[in-house]
Design a binder for this molecule. Structure first.
Ligand code: LLP
Length: 425
């Protein structure tokens, strides 16, 4: 359930009609609902009840400072993958001892920043993905006279299904340490100075719509935990990553609820004396945001009916990149008797891939109508660009009957001011 609902024939974000935001901020614009973020975060908290746990929100899904501040106040930790995300999490007030640092290629500067924060106490855990990275982290920590808490990200070699570009748990993916090499990698931690083992980590993919791949991966990792403990390592934390799918389209997606997922994790890990770290991103942010756009032109009469929006692939790249299906709805509800037309909904960018959907049956639209592109709160704004020199799309946060711009739309001047023409041209 989310707080983008029709009332009085119009789509609202909580108690604000979307048409009001379109008028005051302009389109295209991302609109988020604070109540939906809160609801989704609390669903994870409830799902984890009875487990020693940490919910480290995956910052990459939606990293706006206002969103992170909202989640920090709800008690969220953070899963970060760069020095930039670390800085965002800290500025938003997320406690450093609730921050885990993931990612396949951390730089030494990023490691240094993560060890230096918290007045030198550093972050909660580094999820390390290779022996080379272990060596680098050991060098940085030794140099700083501190100890780095380490979990190794293990690649359990399971197929999580879903789109190949967001599947991460197969042996041929670049992520994690091959499970067959895990024992040797943990032995290496013991040899290196200034590192201490805190646990084990996995992340098998994203938009996973069944529990089976998680269960399979957990069985393998829990077996490994036993072996590692026999080898004498102190394995306290089990970071199970993110990846829980969301409903993009009620007709096709039936993902497990956070409660089902939590029950499964609880059942699997019962009696193992582990603290569970969750890294949900999409499950918290996805349905807490929409992309609000206006129909600029309608082109019909040829092979297709094109609805040409003012939003484009640079604002929301998921359909172009992964063939993702986002439901698109008119903001002003059309009458039940409206003619139904199959539209190709496209943007103004000069690429055929700038297509949000093809042959989508919708009530007959007019130029100037507003549309909501649903489920755009995760991996939407964060993946936007200025391709075609289109100013990066702004973001608005709604809470009850109030709303605020939480990222401004830059002017063309702002964009050009970042560039320089050397005087030798
Ligand atoms: N933890 C790690 C280490 C990750 O790499 C990710 C996502 C997450 C947690 C959060 O996963 P989630 O709960 O959101 O599934 N841009 C793609 C998704 C890429 C996901 C990358 N990693 C998309 O738009 O579908």
């Amino acid at each position: 359930m989310n707080h983008f609902q029709y009332k009085q024939g119009q789509l609202w974000a909580e108690n604000v009609p979307l048409v009001e935001i379109a008028q005051s901020v302009g389109t295209p614009v991302y609109v988020y609902s604070a109540a939906t973020f809160t609801r989704h975060f609390n669903a994870f908290t409830n799902a984890s009840a009875g487990m020693d746990h940490l919910i480290a929100y995956s910052v990459k899904a939606n990293s706006n400072l206002a969103i992170l501040t909202l989640l920090a106040k709800l008690g969220a930790g953070a899963d970060v993958v760069s020095g930039g995300e670390l800085e965002r999490a800290l500025r938003a007030g997320i406690a450093p001892d609730k921050i885990v640092f993931s990612g396949v290629g951390k730089s030494k500067d990023e490691m240094r920043a993560a060890l230096a924060c918290n007045q030198g106490g550093g972050i909660y855990q580094f999820n390390v993905e290779s022996v080379s990275e272990l060596i680098a982290l050991s060098e940085v920590a030794t140099d700083m006279g501190t100890t780095a808490p380490v979990a190794l990200r293990i690649n359990p070699d399971v197929n999580a299904g879903g789109h190949e570009k967001i599947s991460t748990g197969n042996a041929e993916n670049k992520f994690g340490i091959d499970i067959t090499l895990a024992r040797a990698a943990y032995a290496k931690i013991r040899e290196l100075p200034s590192l201490k083992v805190t646990g084990v980590d996995m992340h098998i993919g994203s938009q996973i719509n069944t529990l089976a791949p998680f269960e399979k991966a957990m069985d393998k990792i829990l077996d490994l935990v036993k072996v590692l403990r026999t080898d004498g390592h102190t394995v306290k934390n089990y970071d199970v990553g993110g990846g829980l799918g969301i409903c993009y389209d009620e007709d096709t997606d039936k993902p497990p609820l956070p409660a089902d997922y939590g029950d499964m994790v609880k059942r699997k890990t019962k009696g193992h004396d582990l603290k569970i770290i969750f890294e949900p991103g999409r499950a918290i942010a996805g349905n807490a945001g929409i992309l609000l756009s206006k129909v600029r032109y309608i082109k019909s009469g040829g092979a297709r009916n094109f609805l040409i929006l003012d939003a484009a692939m640079n604002d929301l790249i998921r359909p172009a990149l992964y063939g993702a299906n986002h439901v698109i709805e008119p903001v002003r509800k059309k009458s039940e008797t409206s003619e139904i037309i199959a539209y190709d909904v496209v943007g103004p960018v000069c690429e055929t891939g700038d297509t949000f959907t093809k042959m989508r049956e919708m009530p007959k639209m007019q130029e100037g109508d507003l549309v909501a592109i649903r489920s755009a709160g995760a991996y939407g704004a964060v993946q936007s660009s200025e391709y075609n020199t289109r100013p990066q799309v702004p973001e608005v946060l709604v809470s009850g009957d109030q709303y605020a711009v939480i990222r401004k739309r830059p002017s063309i001047q702002d964009i050009l001011d970042r560039e320089d023409v050397p005087n030798w041209i």
